[in-house]
Design a protein around this ligand. Structure first.
Ligand code: C2E
Ligand code: MG
Ligand code: MG
Length: 668
């Protein structure tokens, strides 16, 4: 309806626009025609005057000067010739004027001598050409005593006596009735006007018809162009522009807390289908995928083809978790076989997802889902949700994360153990579990080479679960042989933010029947302050069940203890960077001393990390540091090697001097 109105409106506009100049043209034409007719009417008056002069006046003049008027014979002859003209109405008034314009003969007073003032019109008529005016009878100054009469053509035309050598003796002043001429003008003007009006109306109708059909064709072209600008011609789906517009509008309309998920989907191996089965089959295949996507999508979702083998899906009121169901449906639908060029094909697709809210930029969400899709493709993952760490993603890093994901269930991930001992007694009070990855190509990888990448993705969650599981299994095994050696496990910030993390830890303890005090949690200050409320909730739950909480790398995070005093902290581990220079006589000694006394005041156990030599070890013992950990005691080692170390140093002995402690030689 709207389109109809727009189309009709456009036509009406053109019709009106063309009507205006045509109407103006009509008026101008009618006017010009009329003035033409009037001019011709005046010329007709002149023709009458000339013919009267030539036939009724000139032959009756002798050729002598007319200064005193015609003589008696001339007057009689003139009367005879002129009076019939007046009588039959061909002329309403006739006078002869001398060369300067005095009236020298008037049939109404035939014997009167020259009267009246000179007349410039007479002089002009004699000098140049007959003068004619459209006026009224009695308008001339010699007739002013009489009332104005009918409309007339007043003509002054020279008079010459026959045989008078063509010299003008004066002028004939004649008043030709205008009424018959006017009637004829009016009648001609009327028929001309009718002709013009109908002609122009026909012209306008022709133009309007042309304009109507052109408008219609134009409108159809515009509609097609507009549709093509927003539609993918091959599949009939919305294109990228239309999808971006739709997303923008949905984001504008959506309520603040409603999520909207955008997927960018790329067909795996489409290039091969094109190459092997040809482009025509490739096109059919794209149409098939488009159809399957539409079938799998929800009614209010929008499916679009973003270009090539890339499709888009906008899912309003859907968060990432809800999108999983749609994505699973899409994958299932695409796995249905289709036959193309005699080959049975199923479709696999790589999907990048991102979730936005009202107020987010549509273009930005599209970009982010594209990044997630490309990253997923690279990592050979079927689905990947966008996260900022994917920005400018490093292919190597992503590859590592993918491989790590695949290694989660394998033996390639192992824990090495490094002991913590009392510096004075040498008693082993616990161990720290440190992750190692036996990479098939790259050899033994230290956590620093792969953990930061893992921590930037969700993979850190299952990875930590796996580490905790290994640590609990080990603790259970030691527990079963009567060795109650607490194992500290390092926990990343992302785990602390995960609301379900504490439950999983406790479930793992339960599964392995491990006493909670045998598993300690090591977190860094920065991990805690990245989301203090959630971290505190997680740590409190674990501490409440009897697990010990340790702040790792203490001192490097520059957090004040006041940030931590809300937390159930049992232990602080002074970072290696403060411990290492302890014996060099610099300020580090003061820092370590201060940290030890601070920890003690708060009732915490203080551990010094990275103790590499005996001098440092002795100094820490002197400073009353509770526990020490470092290469000088033992390097992190696989469990068998660590047990061997324990065995060699006399397992079960409670006291051993520091000097007696021999470091474990370790590949680490
Ligand atoms: P961290 O928790 O502070 O672990 C101590 C690190 O210092 C370990 O490095 C250990 O090998 C090293 N170290 C111990 N004694 C000495 C010493 O005397 N001198 C020197 N120079 N270094 C010593 P590693 O194993 O490379 O681990 C590095 C970091 O990776 C750990 O620091 C920890 O933050 C993280 N990490 C290790 N394993 C895990 C894990 O299972 N999960 C998580 N989330 N992080 C882990
Ligand atoms: Mg640690
Ligand atoms: Mg540390």
């Amino acid at each position: 309806m709207h389109r109809l109105r727009t189309g009709f409106g456009l036509f009406a506009f053109y019709a009106l626009v063309t009507l205006i100049p045509i109407a103006i043209l009509g008026v101008l034409l009618a006017q010009s025609f009329r003035s033409n007719l009037e001019e011709r009417g005046l010329e007709q008056g002149v023709a009458v005057a000339n013919s009267v002069a030539r036939s009724a006046v000139d032959p009756n003049l002798s050729g002598a000067t007319l200064a005193r008027g015609p003589d008696a014979t001339e007057r009689t002859a003139l009367l005879r010739a002129i009076v019939p003209l007046l009588r039959n109405g061909d002329a309403l008034r006739l006078r002869l004027r001398d060369a300067v314009g005095h009236v020298i003969f008037d049939p109404l007073a035939p014997h009167r001598g020259p009267v009246g003032p000179p007349d410039p019109e007479v002089v002009e008529a004699i000098a140049t050409k007959p003068v004619r005016l459209l006026t009224r009878l009695n308008a001339d100054e010699v007739d002013t005593k009489q009332p104005l009469g009918a409309r007339v053509i007043e003509v002054y035309t020279p008079i010459r006596a026959v045989g008078g050598a063509g010299r003008a003796l004066g002028a004939l002043e004649i008043y030709v009735p205008y009424q018959p001429i006017e009637a004829s003008i009016n009648s001609s003007a009327r028929s001309a006007t009718v002709l013009v009006v109908f002609g122009l109306l026909a012209l306008w109708l022709t133009l309007a018809t042309i304009s109507w059909s052109v408008t219609r064709r134009l409108r159809r072209t515009v509609e097609t162009t507009r549709r093509l600008a927003r539609e993918d011609t091959l599949t009939g789906l919305a294109n990228r522009t239309a999808m971006a517009d739709h997303l923008r509008r949905t984001l504008e309309r959506g309520s603040a807390d409603a999520s909207i998920t955008v997927a960018t989907m790329n067909i795996d191996g489409f290039a091969q289908i094109n190459e092997v089965l040809g482009h025509a089959n490739g096109d059919k295949y794209l149409c098939h995928v488009a159809h399957q996507l539409c079938t799998a999508a929800d009614e209010h979702d929008m499916v679009a083809r973003l270009g090539g083998d890339e499709f888009g899906l906008v899912m309003p009121d859907t968060d990432l978790r809800q999108a999983d169901a749609v994505i699973a449906r899409v994958q299932r639908e695409l796995l249905e076989e289709t036959e193309l060029g005699g080959v049975a094909l199923t479709t696999e697709i790589t999907i990048g997802l991102v979730t936005g809210r009202a107020g987010d930029e549509a273009a930005e969400l599209l970009r982010q889902s594209g990044i997630a899709c490309r990253a997923a493709k690279h990592a050979k993952m079927p689905v990947l949700a966008y996260e900022p760490s994917l920005e400018g993603f490093d292919a190597d890093r992503l590859q590592l994360v993918t491989e790590l994901r695949h290694s989660l269930e394998s033996d390639a991930l192992v824990l090495h153990y490094q002991p913590k001992i009392q510096p004075r007694s040498g008693q082993v009070m616990g161990v720290e579990a440190l992750l190692r990855w036996n990479h098939p190509d790259r050899g033994l990888l230290m956590p620093g080479t792969f953990l930061p990448a893992a921590e930037s993705t969700e993979v850190i969650l299952p990875l930590t679960d796996r580490i905790l599981d290994d640590a609990c299994r080990q603790a259970a095994q030691w527990q079963s042989v009567g060795r109650e050696l607490p194992i500290a496990v390092n926990i990343s910030a992302r785990c602390l933010r995960d609301a379900a993390f504490a439950d999983r830890v406790l479930a793992t303890l339960l599964r392995h029947r491990v006493k909670p005090h045998l598993i300690a949690i090591e977190v860094t200050e920065t991990a805690v302050i990245s989301d203090p409320a959630r971290a505190a909730a997680t740590l409190r739950r674990l501490a409440h069940r009897g697990m010990s909480i340790s702040i790792d790398d203490f001192g490097v995070g520059y957090t004040s203890l006041s940030h931590l005093d809300q937390l159930p902290i049992d232990e602080i581990k002074i970072d290696r960077q403060f411990v290492a220079p302890l014996t060099t006589g610099t300020d580090a000694g003061a820092v370590v001393r201060a940290l030890i006394s601070l920890g003690h005041e708060l009732g915490m156990t203080v551990v010094a990390e990275g103790v590499e030599d005996n001098a440092t070890l002795n100094e820490l013992a002197r400073l009353d540091c509770d526990l020490v950990q470092g290469y000088v005691i033992a390097r992190p080692a696989p469990v068998a090697q660590f047990e061997q170390w324990l065995h060699e140093r006399g397992e079960g002995r409670d006291t051993q001097s520091c000097a007696d402690v021999s470091p474990i030689s370790s590949r680490a």
